[in-house]
Write a protein that binds this ligand. Structure first.
Ligand code: RAM
Length: 351
């Protein structure tokens, strides 16, 4: 009994980030076995850190912008940054890449998880070997990473999707969601908050009839848009909280008689969406600056791999041109609030 209680207490301490190897930050490059349990905020950023960015999928233009931002940050810090990743965003597609990065003795792995659990065993192995593990964009199970760099507050991203859509359909009608993959942690978290937002009395006439999955694949997203419009003839609006989904849906609608009659909103890059705002297919959508997300994640990974932070709440990270960020609950760091784009401001943004 005593033995069991001790084990439970140790597990709780671990979860609380009070000790243990999975919460500690990695030690120096070249000393991959030791783990720092306490942060030294004055420790210098080590030179020559090898930091790998592992996006959901390599061909997604959004992820490319994010990772270019990350590699820029690593370069600023005199490290070696690189991007590697799968060509599809399926749940287990990243596992072999993590294993290779472990063999390569990278100092840090920065990953946008396609599935919170499928990547967890490999990420835990990386941490056990002294590699710093940071998630960005889409989180893994919290015990499989040290820090999650979130683009914005997840709850606000989710609720704001409903607010924007309700405004565009005049507060009533059937809507659908065109998501990315069924397992994506970020999209599923946002969809959870969208559903909760819909329970508020002001949305009593807005009905979510379907969640479709375009798998962050342009063609599949295009086809799913067509299928949604055919299967729900009185659909009023589509929310696509994915840059791949919203641009494919906009392309479909822009050449359809339904252009301007079906509201389309969600998360998109201004460069991909500009023509669809100008041609009247889309009124408003939102996003953050993807390269800033990667840039912040690069700084966080370097600070973690240098022992300046461990992922504990309250620790601070200085992220170059972005300034300082503080680690919140559950090892989460937030970039900042998203921007809403429309015809009035879209030409000011070039990403
Ligand atoms: C897609 C991806 C990514 C998400 C953006 C908004 O590019 O699904 O994970 O954050 O959209």
């Amino acid at each position: 009994m005593i033995h069991r209680l001790t084990a439970v207490a140790a597990a709780l301490l671990l979860l609380a980030g009070c000790g243990g190897t999975t919460k500690g930050s990695t030690a120096a490059s070249g000393d991959q076995t030791a783990v720092n349990r306490t942060a030294d905020p004055n420790a210098p950023i080590k030179e020559g850190l090898k930091i790998a960015f592992l996006p959901k999928e390599i061909d997604n233009p959004y992820e490319k912008l994010v990772d270019d931002g990350g590699i820029t940050a690593v370069k600023e810090l005199k490290g070696e940054g690189k991007e590697v990743g799968p060509s599809d965003a399926s749940a287990s597609s990243q596992v072999s890449y993590i294993n290779t990065l472990i063999q390569q003795k990278q100092d840090a792995i920065v990953i946008a998880a396609n599935d919170p659990n499928a990547v967890a065993p490999a990420l835990k192995e990386a941490m056990a070997k002294g590699i710093a593990v940071v998630t960005y964009d889409s989180d893994a199970a919290p015990d499989a990473r040290q820090i999650f760099v979130n683009q914005a507050d997840s709850e606000e991203i989710g609720r704001s999707q409903i607010r924007l859509m309700a405004k565009q359909i005049g507060g009533s009608g059937k809507i659908a969601i065109l998501s990315a993959t069924p397992n994506a942690t970020n999209q599923n978290t946002w969809i959870g908050f969208m559903k909760d937002e819909l329970t508020k009395p002001e949305y009593k006439n807005v009905e979510l009839v379907k969640v479709a999955y375009g798998d962050d694949d342009d063609q599949k997203s295009f086809q799913e848009t067509q299928a949604l419009l055919q299967s729900v003839p009185d659909l009023k609006g589509i929310i696509a909280p994915t840059t791949v989904g919203i641009s494919a849906a906009a392309r479909y609608l822009s050449s359809s008689p339904l252009k301007g009659k079906i509201a389309l909103s969600g998360l998109g890059t201004p460069n991909q969406m500009r023509q669809f705002v100008k041609d009247g297919t889309v009124t408003e959508f939102s996003l953050w600056d993807p390269s800033e997300l990667g840039y912040l994640a690069g700084h966080v990974a370097a600070a973690l791999a240098s022992g300046r932070i461990t992922g504990a709440e309250g620790e601070k990270v200085t992220a170059g041109k972005l300034g300082e960020r503080t680690i919140g609950q559950n090892g989460e760091i937030i970039l900042g609030p998203p921007t809403v784009f429309n015809a009035g401001n879209i030409d000011q943004y070039h990403f």
